[in-house]
Design a protein around this ligand. Structure first.
Ligand code: NG1
Ligand code: ZN
Length: 549
């Protein structure tokens, strides 16, 4: 009874805006930050229920990532640090759209009954809260707290301004019983980075002359945090630009801008030609690299998520190779490791060809981290990346304990041997890379450590393969859900007949590939085209765009 009146009363302080429909898409709820109060309040309620249900800590992050500064959003992290289970998404939608407090209460009561979630207040719940630097972050944080507090027994813990991956990392660590503060995050990253730097083979010349990395912080939280992390790092020279002191979040800066427009962000110019540059997105869960080729024409060599993935894949494959090889004639048990690469249809075709050609297993999923992550978790080592720079590497628990055992064994039998070093490198990677979710900061450190270990320049890395020219377009439509796709989004099944037309158009271009899909985060249809020349890719994309209109 107390619970009922508490929820009714709190919810009435956050009425829903008229005429808007909220949907828990690829990245949670997103919209104009000023109308999200009710949604975030309800996400707080949802997070509290999820925590009671799982008996573990849950995360709630307030961010709209790479979207404009006045947008905002909210998403929930499950106990393992991954995205909230898809099974709860319909309930999230229903909650967000309940017309008033009474309907909201009814939904909560019904759902709690169905899911066996006790609402008596006897169960405790803990929700870690994070937000990025957006101006609406603070009022929305308050809404989230009130939502959480409207469920008796639930406690909100404000972790402050964070990158999205930091919050996911904290949730994961908390539930594993490990240290989970922001300091612990930096400590783990800097320690494992140091470890990889100490393992650079002796015959490697450091970084072939470009020892420094310039980082575009998208005027968001990532730049700030990188400045913090930098203080704890030895052996890497980082210069942070666009750290939010002057420019506007995601405005002419950031990984999304750089990757989609294929240009340098503001603040990068003629002095930077040829240098190694990187760009984070607004909440620092995406990372791309680039080199400025011509400042006057703003031409860059984009090194996107596919190429970051390829770099990691090559390095890990090499370490596994060393571990499986016989040393001095000794027969070593090979370490059973299934290495899997996960991409989406947006992956550049040249990257997929390259990865397959070096003998790796490549699989595809629909767009959205939740799909990629789940697939990658099927392997001992799963590497996934979206072309836009969101991705990570995940290691299975079984493999990690085997690896750990092998490290111990080798440290007795052949400390300092190539085998020992390879095992140590893999272990350090598993510590450095954020296994909860894609993380631009840990990704950046891993790229830097791998380049140093391989003795590769940025150019050498970029030349792993040559990207096929591609073009991405957006089409505004009345109802994006009119388009339904299958086969990891590569085939349109609805409206009928459309796929045939796309196929016919695509067949006109050498190396042509084209697909369309409804965005999960914006009210648009996305068109992606690839072909042997830029003109052809542009042309193909535009022709198919006309078919959609
Ligand atoms: P949508 O709007 O569904 O295409 C975009 C990105 C995804 C993912 C999500 C979440 C592209 C083409 N799509 O999704 O990869 O990052 O945002 O942020 O980049
Ligand atoms: Zn992001």
């Amino acid at each position: 009874e107390k619970q009922r009146s508490l929820l009714l009363e709190s919810a009435s302080r956050f009425p829903i805006p008229p005429g808007v429909r909220f949907s828990y898409g690829t990245a949670g709820f997103r919209s104009d930050g000023l109308i999200l109060g009710s949604t975030v309040f309800r996400a707080g309620v949802l997070a509290a229920l999820r925590s009671i249900k799982t008996g573990q800590a849950i995360g709630l992050m307030i961010t709209a990532s790479h979207n404009p500064i006045f947008d905002n959003g909210v998403k929930i992290a499950d106990p393992d640090g991954g995205m909230m289970t898809q099974k709860w998404e319909p309930f999230a939608d229903a909650l967000a759209n309940a017309p008033d407090s009474q309907h909201l209460l009814d939904l909560v009561v019904q759902f709690a009954e169905r899911e066996n979630i006790p609402l008596s207040g006897t169960q405790s719940a803990e929700i870690l809260l994070g937000r990025d630097t957006r101006p609406t972050g603070e009022p929305l944080l308050e809404a989230a707290k009130q939502g959480i507090n409207s469920i008796i027994g639930a406690v909100a813990v404000d972790m402050g301004i964070l990158t999205t991956p930091q919050l996911h990392w904290m949730v994961r660590s908390r539930n594993k019983g490990s240290k989970a503060s922001e300091f612990d995050y930096y400590a783990q990253l800097s320690k494992s980075f140091r470890c990889l730097i100490d393992l650079i083979p002796e015959n490697i010349v450091k970084n072939e002359g470009d020892p420094k990395v310039l980082v575009d912080g998208a005027n968001g939280v990532g730049g700030e945090k990188l400045e913090e992390l930098k203080k704890m790092l030895k052996g890497l020279d980082i210069e942070v630009r666009n750290s939010g002191k002057k420019g506007v979040l995601n405005d002419g800066v950031g990984a999304d801008y750089v990757q989609k427009e294929k240009v340098a962000p503001l603040g990068f110019g003629s002095d930077d030609v040829g240098l190694r540059c990187a760009s984070l997105d607004g909440d620092a869960d995406r990372l791309v690299y680039f080199r400025v080729l011509s400042a006057s024409n703003n031409i860059i060599d984009l090194i996107d998520g596919d190429k970051i993935l390829s770099l990691f894949a090559v390095f890990i494959k090499e370490q596994l190779g060393i571990l499986c090889r016989k040393e001095n004639g000794d027969v070593l048990n090979s370490l059973p490791a299934r290495l899997g690469i996960v991409q989406t249809a947006y992956a550049n075709g040249a990257s997929t060809d390259y990865l397959k050609q070096i003998g790796l297993e490549v699989v595809f999923t629909p767009t959205g981290v939740k799909y990629l992550h789940k697939k990658a978790a099927e392997y001992d080592i799963g590497i996934y990346f979206e072309a836009n720079g969101h991705g990570t590497i995940i290691f299975s628990e079984e493999f990690l304990s085997l690896l750990d055992a092998r490290c111990n064994e080798l440290s007795v039998s052949s400390a300092g041997s190539e085998h020992h070093k390879a095992a140590l490198r893999l272990l350090a990677i598993s510590q450095l890379i954020n296994q909860a979710v894609g993380d631009a900061l840990s990704g950046l450190l891993l790229v830097e450590a791998v380049l140093s270990n391989m003795g590769w320049s940025t150019e050498r890395w970029s030349q792993l393969y040559v990207d096929l020219p591609s073009r991405q377009l957006k089409v505004k439509v009345a109802d994006r859900n009119a388009v339904v796709t299958a086969n990891a989004e590569t085939q349109v099944v609805k409206p009928p007949g459309l796929q045939k037309l796309i196929d016919a158009e695509t067949a006109k271009y050498p190396r042509g590939r084209c697909f369309i899909r409804p965005s999960g985060t914006e009210d648009i249809i996305r068109v992606y085209a690839e072909a042997s020349t830029q003109e052809a890719a542009d042309h193909l994309a535009h022709s198919v765009m006309q078919l959609v209109d």
